[in-house]
Design a protein around this ligand. Structure first.
Ligand SMILES: [Zn+2]
Length: 289
């Protein structure tokens, strides 16, 4: 069971596999989201105990689980969470396992899935749906639209979403990107040890060479560009300046593609501890130069 938030292929333009299965999957995602939203409405809160509130008789157990993030055992009515992974990941896993329980409780959706998919593909679809359910549980629609209304599609909105929903920046990024109508590319950038980089930056005072790179990136629906993880951020780019100064920056700049190509963009860089949450607002019709 892969419970990795990065599994969230929720962008409608991602990997079309022929119209019919894609439509089926899109429909199933919508129904899963509805299940999660309906469940969330009954909860007293979205903390650990609040999240469990609607699952009558299901026991929650935290324990070391090696490589696994968690599991739902319907026979014994137990949700297991790996206690050795970081808290925000445990939280996403809990929401994912609750989604397994919700899905098992929906005979219609379950039988439609079994009619449409089989074998490994069925397992894969179920895992994807449970990630969709988890995201919907932890990041309610109202929170997303509120943040977008207040802060616009910015690095700041991304930071606020991660903090308020208590999810990882990458989980927040996929959810925010999906809800963003403007042509925006989001990224989470952080210092990375330069050991494996051929052109390492000068050593930091502590002696460990570190360079600022993209950790994860993703665009709003229809945005065809992305930044690969590991793409370095130039020292004079606003993202690097925001990290140095610890001050949010919003200015006309560019997307620093790995190829060296610079696409003009309005950059909003929001420093948050050792990382910078970034939005690149692209021109309406970026030329394919
Ligand atoms: Zn799972």
């Amino acid at each position: 069971m892969s419970d990795v938030p990065a599994d969230l292929p929720t962008r409608p333009d991602a990997a079309p596999e022929g119209a019919a299965p894609a439509d089926l999957l899109a429909g199933a995602k919508g129904r899963m989201k509805e299940l999660a939203v309906r469940y969330a409405r009954t909860l007293p809160g979205l903390d650990t105990h609040g999240l469990m509130h609607g699952l009558d008789g299901v026991q929650l157990t935290f324990m070391p689980m090696g490589d696994r993030d968690g599991a739902f055992d319907p026979e014994h009515n137990v949700i297991l969470i790996n206690s050795r992974v970081r808290p925000e990941r445990q939280r996403f896993t809990l929401a994912h396992e609750i989604s397994h329980a919700l899905l098992l409780g929906d005979d219609d959706l379950l039988s439609d899935l079994h009619d449409s998919f089989e074998g490994d593909r069925l397992e894969q679809v179920i895992e994807t749906l449970c990630n969709v359910g988890a995201a919907a549980l932890l990041m309610p629609e109202e929170l997303l639209s509120d943040l977008l209304a207040r802060f616009g599609p910015t690095g700041r909105a991304l930071g606020e979403l991660a903090r308020r929903a208590d999810v990882s920046a990458s989980t927040a990024l996929y959810a925010l990107a999906e809800r963003t109508p403007a042509p925006v590319l989001y990224a989470v950038c952080a210092l990375t040890r330069a050991d494996d980089e051929p052109h390492a930056a000068p050593a930091s005072p502590a002696g460990t060479p570190k360079i600022l790179t993209v950790r994860v990136a993703g665009g709003a629906p229809g945005v065809k560009y992305s930044l690969r993880p590991g793409t370095p951020i130039p020292d004079d780019h606003p993202v690097a300046v925001a990290l140095d100064t610890r001050l949010p920056i919003s200015q006309a700049s560019y997307v620093p593609f790995r190829s060296g190509r610079r696409m003009p963009a309005q950059v909003d860089a929001f420093p948050d501890r050792q990382r910078v949450l970034v939005s690149f607002l692209l021109p309406d019709r970026p030329g394919p130069t």
